[in-house]
Design a binder for this molecule. Sequence first.
Ligand code: TRP
Ligand code: ZN
Ligand code: CA
Length: 436
Amino acid sequence: MNISVPRRVTAVAALAALALAGLTGTGASAAPAAVTPPDIPLANVKQHLADLQSIATANGGNRAHGRTGYKASIDFVKAKLDAAGYTTTLQTFTSSGATGYNLIADWPGGDPNQVLMTGAHLDSVTAGPGINDNGSGSAAILENALAVSRAQLQPTKHLRFAWWGAEELGLVGSKYYVNNLPATERSKISGYLNFDMIGSPNPGYFVYDDDPTLEQTFKDYYAGLGIPTEIETEGDGRSDHAPFKNVGIPVGGLFSGADYIKTAAQAQKWGGTSGQAFDRCYHASCDTSANINDTALDRNADAIAYAIWNLSSGTTTPPAGTVFSNDTDVAIPDSPGAAVTSSVTVSGIAGNAPATLKVGVDIVHTYIGDLVVDLIAPDGSVYNLSNRAGGSTDNINQTYTVNASSEVANGVWKLRVQDKAAADTGYINGFKLTFP
Ligand code: TRP
Ligand code: ZN
Ligand code: CA
């Protein structure tokens, strides 16, 4: 309790501690600069679609739940992920008397308590091969997962990908996954990104309007391309993000339109044909390899990379910052007595103090309503922290946030305490300033 020398713990030391703890991180800054993701090769995404088309063709023309074309689709995606170093899990469930499958793929590493999840349904309707709905989302996230492997990405967050079964029967696979996820595991999912129909032949550029951060990430990507987006309104909750959203997990996603009709205004800004559906082959036999707009598929596949790279690189633990502290006890004389102070000398911080200066106050006292507690900046400016608040409560052990942005950081900062009422007494136990 009597460390009389002010301690200085640097952010560098904090980073080293993180590294020692075995955590990976690309940046310790609170607001990392936008990360540059790789370009997702359209040719690769299209090859996956061609393969899914071949699977449908070889299996009675579809990839629907309970049909051989679905399991063949799962096997196809799983083999690529296994070869790329993913840990894959096949989750089975039963729906309408048939076995269904979800494929979950975890990229090793990252903070297990912060999972960024990306998903797409892999099943088609029985009417056709389901290349836009939802070969497009499935192929785009597959190629993104492979790009993560090619980059040997070491994101701060843990990355998990999912291909859902039986979406077309009512989100059956994704509901099963969420319902069977223990509450502790749910709470580790920091976001779920859903991609269902992202290569519509007469495309629109729709962004899900749910979690603001996830939504903004996609909007930022499209703003960078100079392409206007609209909020997705073609049936909220009509895809696999709904079960996640329903348990409070932040969700986001992209959509290029299903059977709604493109308006003249939408054709004006996005091109294509007004008065026609975004996807005239929605849930039809003509949802084949020919039912894809390459430009939309390319942009959306790249938007997914932008989101995954940026959303997973953020800081895991708030940076420890730079801490200056003084743990020397300072007796507070009973009233009427002089004010006493505890000091810390701040050095090595360029410019002004932050708007969120954290002031740690540890005062042992039997009646805190006696006390006036102030922070004094190096130039003598006074910031009141507590003015005889708290009545007969014992002790102040609290971190206050002070807007100290008009103060030069370096210099001697003081915690000043004065006892204003007779009887109870105490002492300053510790005083700490944290610069973010
Ligand atoms: N597979 C979805 C469905 O048939 C397609 C869809 C329609 C969709 N509206 C949507 C997907 C809105 C995402 C958002 O229900
Ligand atoms: Zn779909
Ligand atoms: Ca007193």
